[in-house]
Design a binder for this molecule. Structure first.
Ligand code: ATP
Ligand code: MG
Length: 569
């Protein structure tokens, strides 16, 4: 490709709303342009990269028996009503009506559609298992679209769905998929971790996320270097402290005045006690009303763990106006004693003695609280969010490290949630009808490319991992209108094309400085710089984008070495 013909509108400045480096650099490198909030046009350089990601995905998913399909992006409401997600999905689902007043949505995911296809065509255990996948545009009306195509509203996803006779067979495919995912992200040149993930309320199922480690990630990943345990902190297990020794003497429950002291820090310093001797009471709301969670003052409560411990459908922090309707609830002075709602307790609280809680009246706390004597508990369990240096729950001596991660992939055993609701059944060997067991597997194509930039960039621009680079080589003649330089540039270009190396020839009349800046910005791994003096000495300069190392090599011999140099990057 000649640079003069390439539509790559590069920019010196980043867009004002860009918060993360991948968003800034994708716009500056002329890869993407925003059309509306969370909705982007993908320009030629951007598309070349996305196609690379897609190709890697295709090869690896085909390898594990996936068959590519292309499902409609517009889906009829009836299917979503059948699966009971029409009401459940909320505002992320973009709904609209056609000219006949029939309701539709733009697919945020495709479980319903693929289950509909399969239930109509597959009847016998002999036809199972099957794995289908597609690479397609999804629409999710995200609350806060941001970070460019990393969290768009319209975005490209590879989604795969598998159908099986039983859970055991589903697990076999699940493990193969997990391996395929590792291959995909390795080939994309990413540093990632496969972490345990929340599987929501679908009983008996499990799920893993693939998280690219980067500070800009929206997820927190907890892992132990020693044993390899890794989990999204949403459900990373905490190691329970050993049971406390029985007390010889218990303090009495005592109410103390704490005017204006509402936060853990304020109460701790007022009473001159450490935060871990205070127990926080946090209110949530689920489908049945208010519930309370108790954690130690120096710990944070974890919403997902709380939801899983309760076993409820939905859970969110209680809204102020809901709390306001309960005159007996006083924010800042909440406590479990006398609270007439279900109380869930973190296991670190259950080993405490003589602690402090709010007294459920303004300006007062209790001291000397004892779990057994004073609290009425619904359930005790693991409710807190783990932190760096917490002990690993999986091995004897390891410790947690918590870092940020970008979720690029998610694999999931769905069980029979959709097949039962939508009657996707097969006849088994005994002639009996059973619901199919399903797995589903997603990868964000654009998010993967953006994550690669988050991990591979410097102050000059993108440093593409070799397999994702839009071009492998850029040839930069100092002056393309110089006949001799042009002849050599063209010759190198043609030879590299013959060798199947994607090459960009910067034939523009711009100054060398600008051409070098663009080459660095768009992140082509290898630059061949051709200048009159070097050429007179039979040499060309080869610069490696990643290391910024520049060396003179004999021309024309070096051209034949380019494939090997590329492989070594
Ligand atoms: P998130 O928690 O980030 O919203 P999710 O759990 O909703 O992700 P899935 O439904 O599992 O995501 O979708 C599969 C994959 O699609 C994700 O792993 C991610 O790579 C990608 N993805 C999800 N939402 C977006 C988005 N808004 N923009 C770009 N990619 C997305
Ligand atoms: Mg989401």
């Amino acid at each position: 490709m000649h640079f003069s013909k390439l539509f790559a509108p590069t920019l010196k400045e980043s867009p004002a709303d860009a918060e993360v480096i991948s968003h800034k650099l994708m716009v500056r490198a002329g890869m993407i342009r925003q059309v509306a909030s969370g909705i982007y046009s993908i320009l030629p350089l951007g598309l070349r990269v996305l196609r690379k990601v897609e190709q890697i995905i295709r090869e690896e998913i085909n390898q594990v028996g996936g068959q590519e399909v292309f499902l409609p992006s517009i889906q009829p409401a009836e299917l979503w009503i059948e699966s009971k997600r029409w009401d459940f999905y909320g505002k992320e689902l973009l709904r609209f009506k056609d000219r006949h007043n029939r309701e539709f949505c733009y697919g945020p995911t495709h479980e319903e559609v693929i289950t509909d296809v399969v239930r109509k065509e597959i009847r016998s255990y002999r036809q199972l298992p099957v794995v289908f996948y597609q690479i397609q545009t999804k629409f999710r009306d995200e609350v806060r679209p941001r970070f460019g195509i990393m969290r768009g509203r319209e975005f490209m996803m590879k989604d795969a769905y598998s159908f099986h006779v039983d859970e055991e067979d589903t697990q076999r495919t699940y493990h193969k998929m997990a391996k395929a995912y590792s291959n995909i992200f390795n080939r994309c040149g990413l540093k990632f971790k496969q972490v345990q993930a929340d599987s929501g309320t679908i009983g008996g199922s499990f799920s893993h996320e693939f998280a690219v480690l980067a500070d800009s990630g929206e997820d927190n990943i907890g892992f132990c270097e020693l044993c390899g345990y890794a989990s999204n902190v949403e459900l990373a297990k905490s190691k329970p402290s050993p049971a406390s020794t029985p007390q010889t003497q218990q303090q009495d429950l005592k109410e103390v005045e704490t005017p204006g002291k509402k936060t853990v820090e304020e109460v701790a310093s007022f009473l001159n006690i450490p935060a871990q001797h205070i127990v926080k009471t946090i209110l949530f709301e689920n489908e049945n009303g208010l519930v309370a969670g108790l954690v130690r003052g120096d710990h944070e409560i974890n919403l997902i763990k709380m939801k899983n411990l309760i076993g409820c459908e939905s859970l969110h922090p209680a809204e102020e106006d809901v709390i306001a309707k309960h005159p007996e609830l006083h924010c800042g002075y909440l406590g479990p004693i006398g609270l007439k709602i279900p109380i869930y307790v973190d296991h670190e609280v259950s080993v405490l003695h003589d602690f402090v809680t709010g007294a459920n009246k303004p300006s007062a706390h209790f001291t000397g609280v004892q779990v057994e004597r004073d609290l009425k508990i619904e359930k005790t369990g693991d409710l807190r969010t783990v932190m760096t240096d917490d002990p690993c729950p999986n091995c004897e001596t390891g410790k947690y490290q918590v870092t940020r991660g970008i979720e690029v992939g998610h694999i999931f055993i769905l069980g029979t949630k959709y097949s039962s609701a939508m009657k996707a059944v097969y006849i088994d060997q005994q002639g009996k009808e059973n619901p199919m067991v399903m797995g589903c597997y997603g990868i964000g194509v654009g998010r993967t490319a953006a994550a690669a930039i988050e991990q591979n960039h410097d102050e000059r621009g993108i440093v593409w991992p070799r397999n994702l680079a839009p071009f492998q080589v850029v040839i930069i003649p100092v002056n393309y209108s110089n006949d001799e330089l042009k002849v050599v540039s063209d010759a190198i270009y043609e030879r590299l094309q013959e060798m199947g190396i994607e090459t960009l020839l910067d034939d523009r009349s711009d100054r060398l400085g600008g051409k070098l800046k663009d080459a660095d910005l768009i992140g082509v791994p290898l630059q061949i710089i051709i200048g009159p003096k070097n050429l007179a000495a039979g040499q060309v300069e080869i610069k490696i984008r990643k290391t910024n190392e520049s060396n003179l090599h004999p021309y024309p011999q070096v051209v034949e070495d380019i494939p090997d140099i590329l492989k070594s990057l």
